[in-house]
Design a binder for this molecule. Sequence first.
Ligand code: F6P
Length: 363
Amino acid sequence: HRSIAVFTSGGDSCGMNSAVRAVARMGIYVGCKVYLIKEGYQGMVDGGENFIEAEWKTVSGIMQKGGTVIGSARCKDFRTREGRLKAALNLIERKITNLVVIGGDGSLTGANLFRQEWTSLLDELISVGKITKETAELCSHLNIVGMVGSIDNDFCGTDMTIGADSALHRIIEAIDNIATTASSHQRCFVMEVMGRHCGYLALVAALASEADWVFIPEWPPETGWRDVLCNKLQKERSMGQRLNIIIVAEGAVDMEGNKITCDMVKDLIITELKYDTRVTILGHVQRGGSPSAFDRVLGCRMGAEAVLALMDATPDTPACVVSLDGNQTVRVPLLECVERTKRVQATMDKQDFTDAVKLRGRS
Ligand code: F6P
């Protein structure tokens, strides 16, 4: 029977456990041997106890947990040919020719390169006597299916990445908490939220929390924004509002591409308006905690679909990503999504924000 291995890579996110559980259970259900690889690519390179054969009960009670119970690591070794040879040997020894990778675009790109290199890795392992030609023939193709786990929701090709919804819940809860103390003291709070180069978390959090202003990388403020912002805050106060909330995406920039920081905004407000102002950087609180119902179900659906995609794969099937399109789980070509995601960054680097926003949307 066929063997599948699943691992999580890159920054953890809520819902990854649910996806691992679904891959394990669906894999067992369709008659496969399923391995969980601990510590991402590092575990694949190191082998040994990092490979755990999953039973139905191995993945019980993990769906409720945040992060990834099988661990995730940044791996330098996998970037070297030697590391990838070790990883290939560890897979072949267990007859694993189906890989499910749950991670961000970097992790998915790595998996695709591994797949493209697979034949040459097999040849080298034969030539150094690590495997026989017969074994190589049995493992001649490596099928890859990806799922995007990231709080940032920054991947082109899926409407939602696994973990973004839970992070939003965490952010909203934090803003609600800040709002009560802000109101008591008539303060202004400038809050930084994560998202790397993507403004999704900041924008949606601002909309859902009645924030006064939001800075996101995709929409740098017009020159003269300082006056507009101060006027807006003053107007709110004159209408009886006791607090102000300003959300700054960690990747926010101005028209010239200079980073907009919470401290900059705070200094502006203190200088111009003399409001009692505080900065709160939410940080990794946003990535922790228990997954929302949405992320649990999203992980489940994507994990099950990933196994079905592997079962359907032929040697000519390109690597795919299981993604969410509206309310449907669909399979989209991995390479195309990775390229589009990179193009978004490139256009933003060139300060071409209109194109970046267009590219982020559905094709
Ligand atoms: O990609 C997820 C993310 O949490 C980003 O929002 C953030 O910029 C980054 O990872 C933080 O990375 P680290 O956990 O390595 O500090």
